[in-house]
Design a binder for this molecule. Structure first.
Ligand code: G3P
Length: 218
């Protein structure tokens, strides 16, 4: 399962990439606006920091203009994936970009039928938004499970990218649901490594070692 960072903060991405555990990055217009600075400079820096896919979203709403923006984004780096909204215009752009050799991440997916259309349009990734479904009283994680079933039933190779992750439970459930990837806000990525018993156990091991009078191993 791939782990992506859901942020446009270059310094945060660079720091967390040092773990060797970051497989890619997703951005969206809201995250880019929040990060500030020059969009294309930031995107180039992000693409240098991670070897894997970096999703960058178009802001046009018509297919022709989306394709033009997608081609512009793809000129930033080879690992750019063009992020497109799940509309008919976005799906048309997805197909056209795919036919020209450009990968796409179809975003703002909230239903199984939408996910099927994204796969038929040739998307490399589909991004179901778990948290935003939970916000309206629906079960976001059930959607991940249902898309997994649908894609497996029909042998569709679009990768399910669990997005809008808002809790540790979302992270755990996305792993168990068979999502191909999850994109995590940095605090949830950092939380993955933490468990109080790990900290407690390590403190006890080191304490016992120190009490034995031994030093470092090298
Ligand atoms: O990248 C899109 C997605 O992860 C947004 O999450 O928390 O704004 O719903 P959120």
């Amino acid at each position: 399962m791939k782990l992506f960072l859901d942020t446009a903060e270059v310094k945060v991405i660079e720091a967390l990439s040092e773990t060797g555990l970051v497989d890619g990055v997703t951005t969206n217009p809201s995250l880019v606006a929040k990060a500030g600075g020059d969009f294309f400079d930031a995107l180039a820096a992000i693409c240098r920091a991670v070897a894997g896919p970096v999703s960058a979203e178009v802001v046009a709403t018509q297919a022709d203009a989306m394709v033009a923006e997608g081609e512009r984004l793809r000129r930033v780096a080879d690992n750019i994936v063009v992020k497109l909204p799940l509309t008919f215009e976005g799906l048309k752009a997805c197909r056209r970009l795919k036919d020209k050799g450009h990968p796409a991440n179809v975003t703002l997916c909230f239903s199984v039928p939408q996910a099927l259309l994204a796969a038929k349009a040739g998307a490399m990734f589909v991004s179901p938004f778990i948290g935003r479904l939970d916000d309206i009283g629906e079960d976001g994680m059930a959607l991940i499970c249902d898309i997994r079933t649908a894609y497996d039933n029909y042998g569709l190779d679009t990768q399910i990218l669990a997005a809008s992750i808002r809790s540790e439970a979302h992270v755990r459930q996305a792993i168990l649901a068979g999502a191909d990837a999850a994109t995590l806000p940095p605090p949830w990525f950092e939380a993955m490594v933490k468990h109080p018993l790990t900290d407690k156990g390590l403190a006890a091991f080191l304490d016992d070692w120190a009490k034995s009078g031994r030093g470092g191993l090298v």
